[in-house]
Design a protein around this ligand. Structure first.
Ligand code: FAD
Length: 290
């Protein structure tokens, strides 16, 4: 099916893009990698009269280190992130997740900012970036603001972005020593979206006990969710396989599970425990080497 007709805009500056969004209001949609918006438009689930393409804007792609943070342009594609040396060396969990998104076309066109703004409850970036306690920079008619990814994503396909706001950058603090993450997902065999995906970031103390952990799960609920039962169970414990297995059994504790075509709540709860254990074991192995 073809999308309904629309007017296409390709602004040259961020200010111009924000002005276009202000001018056309609810009739306008921003376009980044097109991998979620165009399918929605073809299904006529979205029918914007104006599409504002961000791809001609300067400065919204790439990864750079600024002090103790990585700054990632919102229009950086999944493929570019999977290959970026700085990104791979500093955030191996995030690089491995990038390589598991969709197929080659989706990875070459889809962007990290588009994925966060779209807020699909089975998307990979939200889990990885919540586990990394990442923030986003947002530009809008009232200037710039930052917020945690955990605050940005409020529900299925729903974010805290205000009308006219554009997500411009993702910021991740570099993990301290003896801290690392791993991402494990069961992909839907057709789309590769996560049936369940678990991002585990774990920090060890000098005796290999867990100092803290951030475990974020996608696919399980109506939005990315922290597995607080696991985080509490791991706290202060020896990071050994028995303790990790016992803690991982609590992956779905307190989470309102979402049934969908890929599985019942009971099946997803079981998957969450298994994939949490796998992710945590690999995160601990990486943390010991860092
Ligand atoms: C076949 C297929 C398989 C896929 N598999 C996976 C998968 O395995 N895992 C996964 O996580 N995702 C998957 N995706 C989704 C993919 O990652 C998309 O790239 C992503 O969801 C949207 O990014 P985009 O850059 O394409 O955004 P677009 O499609 O251009 O935009 C998506 C939405 O976000 C808004 N938006 C975009 N950029 C911004 C911005 N900078 N500021 C504010 N709003 C913005 C748009 O207005 C639109 O509402 C798949 C998609 C397809 C088609």
């Amino acid at each position: 099916m073809y999308p309904a007709s629309f007017e296409y805009h390709a602004p040259a500056t961020l200010q111009e893009a924000i002005a276009l969004l202000g001018k056309y209001g609810d009739d306008a949609k921003v376009l980044s990698g097109s991998q979620s918006l165009i399918p929605l438009m073809k299904l006529r689930l979205a029918q914007p009269a104006h599409v504002v393409d961000l791809r001609k804007l300067d400065g919204l792609t790439g990864v750079k280190q600024v002090g103790n943070e990585l700054h990632i342009g919102a229009l950086t594609t999944h493929a570019a992130l999977g290959k970026n040396e700085l990104f791979r060396s500093k955030l191996p969990m995030a690089a491995e997740a990038a390589g598991q998104i969709g197929d080659a076309q989706v990875r070459n066109l889809g962007t990290i900012g588009g994925s966060l703004a779209h807020a699909d409850p089975s998307a990979d970036w939200p889990a990885v970036l919540v586990a990394l306690d990442a923030s986003v920079v947002v530009a809008g008619p009232r200037g710039e603001r930052t917020m945690k990814v955990e605050e940005l994503i409020v529900g299925p396909l729903t974010t805290a972005l205000q009308p006219g706001e554009i997500l411009t950058q993702v910021r991740v603090a570099l993990p301290p020593a003896r801290t690392a993450g791993a991402y494990e997902k069961l992909p839907n065999p057709a789309s590769r979206f996560a049936v369940v995906g678990v991002a585990a970031e774990i920090s060890l103390d000098g005796r290999n006990n867990v100092q803290w952990s951030r475990i974020a799960i996608t696919g399980l609920a109506s939005k990315v969710t922290r597995a607080q039962g696991v985080e509490q169970a791991l706290q202060g414990k020896a990071a050994d396989p028995a303790a990790i297995k016992a803690a991982s059994a609590r992956a779905a504790d307190g989470i309102e599970l979402r049934a969908d075509l890929s599985g019942s709540p009971a099946y997803k709860a079981q998957l969450a425990a298994v994939y949490t254990e796998r992710a945590a074991l690999r995160a601990v192995a990486r943390a010991r080497e860092r």
